[in-house]
Design a protein around this ligand. Sequence first.
Ligand code: ZN
Ligand code: ZN
Length: 362
Amino acid sequence: MNTSRHTYLDRQQRALAAAAVLKLDALLVSSLPNIRYLTGFTGDNALLLLEPFQNILFTDPRFLFQAQQESACRVRSARRPLLRDAAAWIQRRKLCRLGIEQHHLTYAQFRQLDDNLPDGFDLVPTERLVETLRTIKSPDEIALIRQSALLTCQALEQTVPLLRPGVTELDIAAELVYHMRKLGADGPAFDPIVAFGRNSSLPHARPGANQLKRKDIVLIDCGAFHRGYASDLTRVFFCGTPPSAIRRLHKAVVEAQQAALDAARPGVRAARVDQAARRVLRIHGLARAFLHATGHGLGLEIHELPRLGASERSRLEPGMAVTIEPGVYLQKSGGIRIEDTVVIRQNGCDVLTPASKELFII
Ligand code: ZN
Ligand code: ZN
């Protein structure tokens, strides 16, 4: 499935409509995922200037042919820094009010732009304008996230048989990435988290030389990029027969995750989904052991809007792709997190990561 030129032009129109509300003459897009979303360009160096009647992609000669092939707009290649080239172009176009992406321009870049534009020129910081458009995924995007999620589940399934006492966290992380690539992924969407024993009590543990021992929890959090789109999955395993305390923790997290899945539907505030998971963990006396938000949007990036956190006021809408991932972390016994990638539908949500949530014994 190839995103059509029409889709990109439509996205560019919607970004321009959002820019028009802010009375901008043009919008300078500097985030590469936003540029990819708006044009299809997948290279590493670009700026995109969106204007009502012409859009132009600035890149350097290394990416010229690629940009011409991939992107649904006019391409300009420059040997000088792209910001200086864009500033010269903006001056020639006699624009006076330019939107910039405040979260994606460093102060040095801002200065470079400002220094190369006439006095009195208005640089207007915008607040995640394209990211907001990106929250609602098209059916094509959802299909890609679904494929990415299936691929991640398969890579995990192929890696689990390698879990045996003596293997290291780094071994397993490397195997996961290997299997993702063999299955056709672009690569991992982030460095996989593989945590044995007490390391699992760190929500973002880094895999190391730690060897798997009997009575260890194994927490694996991984996701692939597939044709640009991310997925995210966490499952927990146990080396040997789990004690009843671990079974209880696992059951509480599964219950909390189910409550959050049940709460995730259109019209609901993102914070409500978080509350649903938190309420279940509180009943189990685990509220203080839940150390992060319940989930996050994902798509061209692994972390996107919306965030499913306690203070999020935005409402869920059909087409949003988010993770649901409550967890509990106890310094002595370890951590348990269950994470699925889901998409919000008219009457609830669809889980895209079909891996079993049982406490798998190895
Ligand atoms: Zn994850
Ligand atoms: Zn996640």
